[in-house]
Design a protein around this ligand. Sequence first.
Ligand code: BES
Ligand code: MN
Ligand code: ZN
Length: 503
Amino acid sequence: MKIQVRTGSLPEHMTEAAVVTLFEGETGLTGVTALLDERSGGLIGEILHRGDFTGRTNQIAVLYTRGDLPVKRIVVVGLGKRLDFSPDRLREAFARAAQQIRSLNISEFSTSLNIQNIDFPLERMAEAAVEGVILGLYQFLPFKTLDREQSREVAGFTILVAEEGTYKVIRAAAKTAEIISAAATFARDIVSTPANEMTPSDLANEARESAKGRNIRCTVLDAGQMNELGMNALLGVARGSDEPPQLIILEYRGGKKSSPVIALVGKGITFDSGGISIKPSDKMDQMKTDMAGGAAVIAVVRAAAELGLPVNLVGIVPATENLPGGKAYKPGDILKSFSGRTIEVVTTDAEGRLILADALTYAGRYKPAAIIDLATLTGACIVALGDHVIGMMGTDDDLKREIRVAAELTGEKVWELPLWEEYHELIKGDAADYKNSGGRAGGAITAAAFLSKFTGGYPWVHLDIAGPAWLTKEKPYIPKGASGVGVRLLIQFLRNGYRMGKK
Ligand code: BES
Ligand code: MN
Ligand code: ZN
């Protein structure tokens, strides 16, 4: 889809559909909305005064102007109560409008961001609108050969700005939003792609492709190199599969040489059968999504480079399948991790923390100012927080605060779980240093306690995205399926400039 920013007045603009938003219970029309109403003979006023349209969240009305002005249709979307407004409301409203427009087979539409008297700068509004449109129209179609004509695309979205003076900032904001949304949809595509088409080698190729033509260096370690380093936790998990494991490393140096590195680590299990501790077959197909963390990390590094963010970033994605093969690792096995610490395998289904252990240790090579890992790590996190929330655990209060700030801006919900000493007790090993499961109780937290042993004392936050990575029911700007969760969150975190200039 082509996103454009132009100067001009919406009522004078030749467009198939003009989108305007209205707050709930506000019937006095202002600005562009008032102009459109006037020029169309009171079409908007009429639905308000008849009570057909109240402005409740994501309510929508399509009005036909019948040749009275160059705008062929007016699409009115409800924003809910003014007091509850946030950029997320706008993402939702524009996603809803764009979906309606697609369902009417309209090829192109426009808006002029008419919201008045709101505390958010216009460029943030523009960003939210563009994100809502792109994310809301997302479809995953590469494997569809039937009914393709029903899944048509909207070709254009134009934002009109009134003055020359704001044109540049809005233009830049739209571009930024396009890059961020493209990163999120890129992650969605990778997660949606089934495991037979997204093996660890395929994932490594996606990373290589992402690095190409951008200011990113991609290195991929193979099993031989991992073996030389002693990454036996990662290699242990990989042993049950014929697909070779890959350790993907993406480096983007957009900051000063002296600025610290931020390390992002993403779980890249391209299929999790559970291994010898095999999962029930019901819903096992969903385990193609077990690389959502890894996909997000690749997407974030790519977007950081495209945005030219002034940060030094490394993305690390340990990638393998978890399968029960003749050479597979077994419950009771003891693995010597890259860190030197030994791990007793209680269950081969707690594989994510094993591959992350070695990847986190590897991140220590960069002496990072922060390590953030993203992983579809535990079903227990879904039990604790539900499907819509990212579980956050970590060792650094500053870092956690910064993640919360970013989450507030992107609408991705994050909730902290504690990491108290009692939980660490539960993962102490009998025959080895640690064991890879602390049992059912507090499972999301004991998983994090395990990870913490491999963070080398660097400021670290773990984000468990098992719940929100895959939606079984659509949300306004997240269609059913892969959500791309964490991508916008981490880009926002980087844009906010965490510890820039500090050691
Ligand atoms: N990939 C799963 C976690 C998961 C479950 C993600 C459901 C998304 C939806 C992870 O590898 C796993 O199997 N975790 C186990 C750990 C347990 C065996 C200690 C779990 O949560 O049951
Ligand atoms: Mn598992
Ligand atoms: Zn897993």
